[in-house]
Design a protein around this ligand. Structure first.
Ligand code: IVH
Length: 720
């Protein structure tokens, strides 16, 4: 490669890798495989070495990807703290020869005999926990390696992370040594989502028409950054810890440190081994390359670490990696199994997806029976036949995907599948959506599967939240009781009692839940309508933008396009929906049934008392923190996650974070109590702002308890 081409390629690689890092760490939605990423990174490193004049300190080859600010919500909600010790990544290889080379380099560097700690490489998201006097003090993400996001609040909802350590049986406290652990230490590891929890989460997301997570790693890191801590407990996250750090720790080997941590109740994997030679390391790798398939969580390789801490110190670190450890990565897990038949499934929006029925096979800890073939083009590309042996891999989708066909095993009687020309449910000729390469059944109002799926969607948890299973909806449909969502509101007890197995009690429960659904906010009603491409987030922005169903229905394409995140396809879909008289009638009937057809007043500003003010909140209030934030926003104020020179005041509830108080005091930021704040808003500011939920205790972000901050004597309530 000549100089100019090298320069171009280096720039190109940096662009691809920076983008991939952002998608992986910040958006939790990777676009390239780990393997491709690693290979592109190696290419960049080699080119920068060959052409040092093009090397730059800010190249992705010299820093770890950053997760700072990655979260589900639009605001940066996490405080950030510096890491006491840089939080680095690991050098990795797919080549067993390079593992040998690593061992040789380490041996040369050390010069003495030493051992290796061989461990599983957990495929999750890195976490750094600090324990002070045996209590969990703070949990930071890796962030950019130097500063991490404070996710302590969420980590407290991960069940296998102890809040308080426990002394091993037989430990006798003395004055010198009141507890077995160091007064303060850090322990790093991985937060991961076991396969079962991952599948459950994706099924839910699929049902709610939210994009599924590509893999358990992304699901874990997305969940760790949820703004609602309570939701974190529902996600089934787990933790495993693999690196103890601190000042003057009493361990000479890494293995001793991990065993001690395990004896204090910390989750440390027992699937590790001390190896003395490259042969033993290779044995370990070989064993786990197969055995990992039976584990209930994802592993993507093994990690090899020099076990003796003084030797680790001797070998030290590069800017990105320790020189005393390396990761060997496994190839993506695949299974080979016969393809028995193909179903063509019609979804809520009419899209027809080919789904392969497979001879059941074990893949990454679960039995796989079905796999997606995506669309007709993909089927052709794979050249797949019924009876073929196919390779399945777990990808981003809810069900695994077929990645290739084993042509050498093709049976003589393998049959070419025929993509249907008509809808398998209603017989309507399918149309092809070129943009999505998908076939659609255009019979939106007559195709039973589409109607049923829309009815199920309408009642679902994230839409109208009415208690009714899919089977109930199907029963209602089959008896001709419901055809459109509006029909639900015409059901009465007599009709419901016609349903098989329904008694007074079930009918009452359903009717009560239906009645309650009239209070479901407008944005959810809009989502419940099941307009194609309008997911939860889009419905939210469209509802906020237009404020009422009437305004959405009357909006021109241009108006719709002015909504953030609404592109041409979505705009057209919303526009078309409200031009269909059947939909207009249905929406009218829903209005008559009393559903919310406009945003509650509390969603818009109710006063401008806080206009232009930046406010940080800390501690517990008489209303939930979310509601407090809404209250601030509805009075024209801006919420911020951390105290800075730009903060106008710190609103301190009960037990505010001492760090925030200290910072506010240091910067001369005014601290006010909830009472002062409420008085400041006055009756007008509080009038319309009805918090959605009752107050509930909130946990603080890892600070030690402090005195609650109350109103200060003699202070005036007028703040500005
Ligand atoms: S040791 C300085 N041990 O893999 C030592 N890391 O791809 C750093 N990981 O950044 C890490 N399992 O997030 C270590 N047994 C293990 C691990 C492990 C998973 C993660 C970790 C690291 C990443 C590198």
């Amino acid at each position: 490669m000549n100089r100019e081409n090298a320069k171009i390629r280096i720039e190109e690689l940096r662009g691809i890798l920076e983008d991939a890092n952002r998608r992986y760490y910040v958006e939790n939605a990777p676009t390239i495989s780990d393997r491709d990423f690693d290979f592109l990174m190696k290419e960049l490193e080699a080119l920068e070495k060959e052409w040092p004049e093009f090397d730059r300190a800010d190249s992705p080859s010299h820093h770890v990807g950053s997760d700072l600010g990655a979260e589900d919500g639009p605001q940066k909600e996490f405080d950030q703290y510096p890491h006491r010790y840089p939080m680095l990544s690991l050098g990795n290889t797919y080549d067993i020869g390079e593992v040998e080379a690593f061992a040789q380099r380490a041996a040369k560097g050390i010069g003495n005999s030493f051992t290796y700690s061989c461990e599983l490489k957990f495929d999750g998201t890195a976490i750094c926990l600090t324990y002070r006097e045996g209590r969990l003090f703070r949990a930071l993400t890796r962030g950019d390696g130097a500063i991490g996001d404070d996710v302590t609040r969420n980590v407290r909802h991960i069940s296998n992370i102890p809040q308080i350590l426990s002394a091993p049986v037989g430990f006798v406290p003395t004055e010198d040594k009141p507890y077995p652990w160091p007064e303060e230490f850090e322990i790093r590891g991985e937060i991961y989502m076991p396969w079962k929890a991952f599948e459950r989460l994706n099924e839910q997301r699929y049902a709610d028409e939210e994009a599924p997570f590509a893999n358990p790693r992304n699901a874990a890191s997305g969940s760790l950054k949820l703004l609602d801590s309570k939701e974190v407990s529902n996600r089934g996250l787990e933790c495993t810890l693999y690196h103890v750090l601190g000042e003057n720790l009493p361990f000479t080997t890494h293995d001793q440190a991990l065993s001690a941590a395990a004896s204090w109740g910390l989750p440390v994997s027992d699937k590790r081994r001390i190896c003395r030679s490259v042969e033993e390391i290779e044995e370990f790798i070989k064993y786990w390359d197969t055995e990992r398939k039976t584990l209930p969580f994802a592993t993507d390789g093994i990690v090899l670490k020099v076990n003796e801490i003084p030797y680790q110190k001797e070998l030290g670190y590069t800017a990105k990696f320790p020189r005393w450890a390396v990761a060997y990565k496994f190839k993506a897990e695949q299974a080979l199994t016969p393809l028995l038949s193909i179903d063509y499934q019609v979804g809520r929006t009419g899209a027809v997806t080919p789904v392969a029925n497979l001879e059941p096979v074990l893949l990454s800890g679960t039995i796989v029976k079905r796999a997606s073939l995506h669309n007709e083009d993909q089927m052709r590309l794979l050249d797949v036949r019924i009876g073929d042996y196919v390779y399945v891999e777990k990808g981003g989708e809810i069900i695994p995907k077929i990645t290739a066909v084993e042509l050498s095993k093709r049976p003589a009687d393998a049959r070419l599948p025929l993509f249907p020309a008509v809808c398998p449910d209603c017989g309507t000729p399918l149309v092809r959506d070129e943009q999505e390469a998908k076939a659609f059944c255009p019979n939106q109002t007559g195709c039973p599967t589409q109607i049923q799926a829309r009815l199920v969607h309408f009642l679902s948890r994230k839409a109208m939240n009415v208690i009714a299973g899919d089977a109930t909806v199907l029963q209602m449909y089959n008896l001709g009781l419901v055809r459109t969502p509006a029909d639900f509101y015409s059901l009465d007890k007599a009709k419901l009692l016609c349903l098989e197995g329904w008694k007074e009690k079930s009918a009452d429960r359903f009717l009560k839940s239906l009645q309650e659904s009239v209070n479901v906010p407008f944005e959810k009603v809009l989502f419940a309508l099941g307009i194609r491409y309008v997911g939860e987030a889009t419905a939210k922005s469209v509802a906020a933008h237009f404020g009422s169903m009437e305004a959405v229905a009357a909006a021109s394409l241009e108006d719709l396009l002015s909504v953030e995140d609404v592109g041409e396809v979505i705009a057209q879909s919303i526009y078309d929906f409200f031009r269909n008289p059947l939909n207009v009638t249905m929406v009218e009937r829903l209005r008559e049934a009393g559903l919310q057809m406009s945003a509650r007043k509390s969603q818009g500003p109710v006063s401008d008392v806080l206009s232009g003010k930046t406010i940080v909140i800390s501690g517990n209030f008489s209303i939930s923190r979310d509601d407090m934030k809404k209250l601030i926003a509805s009075n024209g104020g801006r919420n911020s996650g951390s105290v800075s020179g730009k903060t106008d005041f710190l609103l301190a509830g009960e037990k505010p974070g001492p760090e925030k108080i200290r910072k506010a005091e240091a910067l001369g930021v005014r601290i006010i109590s909830e009472t002062e704040f409420m008085e400041l808003l006055g009756p007008q500011g509080l009038a319309e702002a009805k918090p959605d939920e009752p107050a509930e205790p909130q946990e603080r972000a890892g600070d030690t308890p402090d005195e609650p901050v109350g109103p200060r004597e003699g202070e005036q309530l007028s703040l500005f």
